[in-house]
Design a protein around this ligand. Sequence first.
Ligand code: PBG
Length: 326
Amino acid sequence: MFDRHRKLRRTPTIRKMVKETHLHKEDLIYPIFIIEAPDQKKEIPSMPGIYQISLNRLEEELDDVYQLGIRSIILFGIPLHKDACGTEGYHDHGIIQEGIRKVKSLYPDMVVLADTCLCEYTDHGHCGLIDEHTHDVKNDETLELLVKTAVSQAKAGADIIAPSNMMDGFVTSIRQGLDDAGFEHIPIMSYGIKYSSSFYGPFRDAAESTPSFGDRKTYQMDSSNRLEAMRELESDLMEGADMMIVKPALSYLDIIRDVRNSCNIPVVAYNVSGEYSMVKAASANGWIDERTNVMEQMTSMKRAGADLIITYFAKDICKYLDEERV
Ligand code: PBG
């Protein structure tokens, strides 16, 4: 005597009936890189299909994104001038602030997330101020600048603040700063569980933010650690995080599941640049089928417990979902 599991796999319709995990357009958050340049739409060599886009070219991209059904985007700014303190990150008319304003004026119902970090704005590429003696990133001094960044992004119209810098205490500082500035209604999506990862390489090409010395290991987490993620989660919950990002996604599905089981706020998987580039490279070589592979990967993140997914594949996925429906 044995069980006949194949009974429920017999036809496409039966398989659909018993499907446990579903992916929707509402689950997706699409990253956009906005560059301070006169007139530019430049493809990032390590990320085929993803561009650095100047303000005047943003509208065509947004039309496309909106029409496909995406209602949530995360913006990254690439300033013309970088300096040691990342000044352009918290300038009220910096590239990210202007980008946010532009999106909200064109598509008021688009949910705009702002990546709150300094690495795109510092000339050394680190996520905060550098101690001149130890060359380490200074924690508490950096917090002040992050608060200024978050407030200027909220002022520009950002709907959600997504701090990714991994300084200790960033959630509580930013929460306080937002509240004091009258933005108590703006949620924080914390990138509090962010591993130091080789998968960020292509992003750093896109954001022109590769550190000019050292690495990010004194602030981003060691990929060997699972309990540490729980400690980061506890702090962020206590400090007032409204949503929690786990990043990267695919090599960290166990962490996504742990986080899902340990809190009641929405969990977000960041399907990072290197994960995107690997699929693109393999598919360009004809080694995998991109569409089925992408859908399998997205499903695995949702199955692991992610409620939302930040992914460079968002536009492709919307097309796949539309085709499935007909
Ligand atoms: C900024 C930031 C990074 C990513 C998102 N926000 C880069 C980093 O920490 O170097 C990476 C995203 C990706 O690889 O797609 N701190």
